[in-house]
Design a protein around this ligand. Structure first.
Ligand SMILES: *Cc1c(COP(=O)(O)O)cnc(C)c1O
Length: 393
């Protein structure tokens, strides 16, 4: 199937077929290449491949055919030129920083990003002389005001976790480019099925494949998608040297995840919307955060920027921590876990788990109250999910 130009096909088709060139065994499913190294036909061929003059497999820290199928497929789906896979979402974010930053550089990040991303910027890049300022995701003026002459990139997640706030990617890309910076978008919540940040002007996408791309909670993995130039100059040399590589087995699991991603995302969105509307009608619920609802502050932006509203719903109960914990403990079927993007519905109390390390003042500032509950809506029958929540409401 080497003569296909997969760019001509739609995302659903790419997700199922792109990237796999059948071997001489004529296998229908993707093969797992469980090999750490590859053999050369001559000393000269070895030399040419090592220096990159001739393409080909060298060593599975940076070249593996199964991982390569995953990379090709995800790059096409995100409409990017090239993708590199990593051992985890955090390893992908680490690679962006290690590849692009040097001592004395500056980063502007949304303050509503994954907890470990904040720690990565503050504790690790900070240790090597890179300063990061954190700004409110939806405040465009604050983003622009935080940019300094040494700012290398802006970093954000949209929608954010756990309040599902939406940032205007195109506006932020314009601001970044006006000041000679790059825009990095963590596209975990939407996946390429619902949002294509590169088409909106972003320069780099990072993914945790652990979430919706796997979709069934089996493997940990990540990816970076960008132009050929950015990958070749900044990300690939770091992967080759740093070694936070995705394993062939995990790539194989994620490939089967990609095959069903489009139908799963559609179903996640339907169930989440249904649940959000139902929650809004419950007398013990004070506020529901879901971009599909007209009550959501960035409902119009979400409609413009995304092709679906996603699978995560958060809500505040009337009361405080006690009511939130009671509701969570009253569920019988839902999984009490901070993971998301799974076919199984998960429920979590952000203030005492994912965001428990933030000080109460910072939590209040970002709007994560003690009565806030987050649900990653799975693919069970949504009526059964409602019934499981009903007891605690
Ligand atoms: C989980 C997650 C990450 C980190 O990914 P891992 O695969 O757990 O390392 C980064 N960003 C977001 C939005 C996430 O949900």
């Amino acid at each position: 199937m080497t003569d296909f130009d997969w760019n001509d096909y739609s995302l659903e088709t790419q997700a199922i077929r792109a990237g796999h060139n059948r071997t001489h065994e004529a296998e229908h499913s993707m093969p797992i290449f469980a090999t750490s190294s590859y053999v050369f036909s001559s000393a000269e061929e070895a030399s040419l491949k090592f220096t990159g003059q001739v393409p080909g497999n060298i060593y599975s820290r940076f070249t593996n055919p199964t991982v390569d199928i995953f990379q090709k497929r995800l790059a096409l789906m995100e409409k990017g030129e090239r993708c590199l896979a990593f051992a985890s979402g955090m390893a992908a974010i680490m690679a962006v920083g290690m590849g692009l930053l040097k001592a004395g550089d500056h980063v502007v990040s949304s303050r509503s990003v994954f907890g470990n991303t904040i720690l990565m910027f503050q504790n690790y890049f900070g240790k090597f002389g890179v300063d990061t300022d954190f700004v409110k995701l939806t405040d465009l003026a604050a983003w622009e005001a935080a940019i300094k002459p040494n700012t290398r990139f802006l970093f954000l997640e949209t929608p954010s976790n756990p309040l599902i706030e939406i940032a205007d990617i195109k506006a932020l890309a314009d601001i970044a480019h006006k000041h000679g910076c790059l825009l990095v978008v963590d596209n975990v919540f939407c996946t390429p099925v619902l949002q294509k940040p590169l088409q909106l002007g972003a320069d780099i996408i990072v993914h945790s494949a652990t979430k919706y791309i796997d979709g069934q909670g089996r493997c940990v993995g990540g990816a970076v998608i960008a132009s050929d130039e950015i990958i070749e100059k900044f990300i690939y040399p770091y992967l080759r040297t740093g070694g936070a590589t995705m394993s062939a087995f995990n790539a194989w699991v994620f490939l089967s995840g990609l095959e069903t991603l489009a139908v799963r995302m559609k179903a996640h969105c339907e169930n989440a919307f249904e649940l959000a509307k139902w929650l809004e009608q419950q007398p013990t619920v004070a506020k529901v955060y879901y971009p599909g609802l007209e009550s959501h502050a960035q409902h119009e932006l979400a409609k413009r920027q995304q092709t679906g509203f996603g699978g995560v719903v958060s809500f505040e109960l009337k009361g405080g921590k006690e009511q939130a914990w009671k509701l969570i403990d009253a569920t019988k079927m839902l999984s009490i876990t901070a993971n998301l993007g799974d076919v199984k519905t998960t429920i979590t109390h952000p203030a005492t788990t994912t965001h428990g390390r933030l000080s109460p003042e910072v939590r209040a500032e970002v709007g994560i109250t003690d009565s806030l509950v987050r649900i990653s809506v799975g693919l069970e029958n949504v009526g059964d999910v409602k019934e499981d929540l009903q007891a605690g409401l």
